[in-house]
Ligand binder design. Sequence first.
Ligand code: PBG
Length: 334
Amino acid sequence: MREMVKETDLSARSFIYPVFVVEGENIKEPVKSMPGVFRMSVDNLLKEAKEVESLNIPALMLFGIPEKKDERATAAYAKGGIVQTAIKALKAKHYNLLIITDVCLCSYTTSGHCGIVKNKISPASENTEKESLMDVANEEDVVIYNDATCELLGKMALSHAEAGADMVAPSSMMDGQVTAIRKVLDTNNFKHIPIMAYSAKFESSFYSPFRDIAESSPVTGDRKTYQINPANAAEALREIEFDIQEGADLVMVKPALAYLDIIARAKQKYQMPMVAYNVSGEFAMVKAAASMEYIDEKSVVLEILTGIKRAGADLIITYHAKDAARWLSGKYLL
Ligand code: PBG
C-alpha cells in the first residue's frame, strides 16, 4: 500500500552519469575527494560506458581534461580534441547511451576561468574585444570577454556535434551562450541537437572536488562575476527564463541540495524539462560521512535523489548514479 501511493518514483531512467576523460592510454586515476570517480583515458571510458549502459542509466555527461591549455582554450574546439575523440569512440560502439557534452572553457584555459579573461586595468570596449583576446588576468576581480567567449563556445559545441554528440550542455554562464550555440548548430545542419542549459548555476563552494578532478580552478580570482549569488532566487529564475527564450530545450539548476526551492519554483513556473546537478561537493560529503559510518550511504543517497526529484527535477546528474541504479534494481543490497 505504501508503495502504491508513493508520489515520487526514482529510477535509473532519470540519471545522467558524469565522466572525465583524459588523453593517453590505460589511465584510470582516482581523485581523493571523490571515491569511485576517475579520470579515464578513452579505452577505460569505453568500459565504463558499457557498465553504465548495463545499469540502464540512459546518459553520460562528458568532461574533457586536455593535456595542453592556453588562453584561447584551443583544445576545447580542436577536431582531434579529447572530448571529440571520446565521442567518436563511444559512438562507434553503438551503446544505448545518450552522449551529452559539457560546453565550457574552464578546463581548457590557462586562467582556469570559464571564459576568456581580460585584464581589469585595461578594459576593452565591445569593439576591441576580439583584438584583445590574448590578455590574461592578473587582477583579483576577474572580467571576462563575454561575447568572444560565446563565439568559442559555439565552435566548441559545433565540434562536439560534428563528432557525434547527442546533446550539448553549456555551463560557462556567459550571457547569450544558448543563443550563440543554437545559431551555430542551426546553420550547420545540427538543428536536431538539443541544448541542456546550465541556466541557474550558483557561485558555490560545492564545486571544489570537481575542480580537482577537472583541473579547472581559477588561477586568480573567483567566478563571482559570472555565476549567481547563492542568495538570489529571483535572479536565478530570470536566468532560467532567458535561457528558455534563447532556445534551451532543458534547463538546469546547480548545485541541487541547497537550491531545491529554485528547482521547485522553476518547474512550477516554466513547466520545462528540469535537470538538477547533484554536484561533486554534495557527493563528497556523503562519501566522507559514510566512510566514517556516521550515515548509511545507501539510504541517504536514495533519500537525497528522491528529494531532488520530488522538488521537480526530471533528470539528475549525479556521481551516485551507478550505485543508485544498482540499489534501485535490487542488484545488491547494502
Ligand atoms: C564547469 C563546470 C563546473 C561543474 C560542472 N561544470 C565547475 C565550476 O563551475 O567551477 C561542477 C560540477 C561539480 O561540482 O560536480 N564550468
